[in-house]
Design a protein around this ligand. Structure first.
Ligand SMILES: O=P(O)(O)OC[C@H]1O[C@H](OP(=O)(O)OP(=O)(O)O)[C@H](O)[C@@H]1O
Ligand SMILES: Nc1ncnc2[nH]cnc12
Length: 181
């Protein structure tokens, strides 16, 4: 949990049974609509990463872009999109993965990083961890060094953050929701 974790958590809305029965959707739009909360969110990430000498923020399509872009701006490092299949125009490398609700594939431009670049991966949420792990594999394959993975929301009961840690990557989450919250 980060410095503003409890506050950030309080402005995230849970929508039961969306997009399908049994899923508690953690909706960050109320957080984004609240300018004070959004500022505290960006500050939470800046506070953690400002001394880490990052070369790039790799942000995951689409909700990861929302936090990745202001963070790259504040830290003065580059922004690299990890996109859903078929969106990037140049040479790409790709990884498929399984979601809490479905299957997907992410892609990265093959020239996105220099060998050894220090990369932070950001997304809005970790559920099964499939998306974040696919992104971490892409970055490692392209020569980047994953310094940490970061998210606004962790859903620890779904096991994703544990899977990511077991794969050797650090996980920073601003807040977490258990299934019964
Ligand atoms: O840990 P996982 O089980 O992989 O799930 C987490 C991912 O699922 C959501 O993305 P989604 O694919 O719904 O796309 P969006 O950001 O475009 O809404 C979320 O933004 C994460 O990227
Ligand atoms: N429960 C959830 N809430 C919001 N985004 C998600 N992405 C995957 N699972 C999710």
């Amino acid at each position: 949990m980060s410095i503003y974790g409890d506050y950030i958590k309080s402005v995230i809305r849970t929508v039961p049974d969306w997009p399908q029965a049994g899923v508690n959707f953690r909706d960050i739009t109320p957080l984004l609509q609240n300018s004070a909360a959004f500022r505290k969110l960006v500050d939470s990430f800046v506070h953690r990463y400002q001394e880490m000498d990052l070369d790039a923020i790799a942000a995951i399509d689409a909700r990861g872009f929302i936090i990745g872009a202001p963070l790259a701006y504040e830290l003065g490092c580059s922004f690299v999109p990890v996109r859903k299949k078929g969106k990037l125009p140049f040479r790409t490398i790709s990884e498929t993965y399984t979601l809490e609700y479905g299957e997907a594939e992410v892609e990265l431009h093959s020239d996105a990083f220099k060998q050894g670049d220090r990369i932070l991966i950001v997304d809005d949420l970790i559920a099964t961890g499939g998306t974040m792990l696919a992104a971490a594999k892409l970055i490692t394959r392209s020569g980047g060094r994953v310094i940490e993975t970061a998210t606004i929301v962790d859903l620890p009961d779904l096991g994703g953050s544990q899977r990511i840690r077991e794969a050797g990557y650090g996980v920073f989450a601003v807040c977490a929701f258990t299934e019964d919250e």
